[in-house]
Ligand binder design. Sequence first.
Ligand SMILES: [Zn+2]
Length: 191
Amino acid sequence: MNKILRCPCGQPHYVSSSQAGQQLTCTSCGKPLTVPTLRELRDLPDAAATVSQPATSTSVWKTWRGPTMATFVALFLITGGMSLRFTLQRLNIDTSYDEETEIELGEQLFDQYGPDALSMTWEQYQTVGIGPKQRLPFMVWRTIAWHTTILASVTGTIAAICLLAALAVWYSARRAARRLQDDPRRPAVDT
Ligand SMILES: [Zn+2]
């Protein structure tokens, strides 16, 4: 066990029992300092008891805060990235195309055809599917757009919660570091 030997100038020196009776040179004032005998050494304060964990701002991260912060930041990056992807996907879907556009286009088409071609086109439409037979592409795209919006908002919300949680952990670490500064001997464990 290391002991603390204080020089008359105030500088502490850490000495072990193997150094009993030896001469030291103070690192602060440069004067010689004699380490006491083994018996006297026992009465000196323990180095471990007085010098607990150094009160650094990093020690507050060595508790639950480090892993918790890492988890929230990782989750934020993952869900945030997903949300961004879904948002970009949604923006790429043109939903301005609706029933009215479809009808308009259909009418334009009918104008171009004569009666024969029209009946043929009508039959084609029936097989390809207008109405209840098959969903039209713009309807399918609208559903995809809706789903993408939901996915973007859900992942975005999770990302926001993770960001807030990470900020809360960071704030708690800052407060704990400030408490450590006030009282360095107080261990970095926590509230
Ligand atoms: Zn000294």
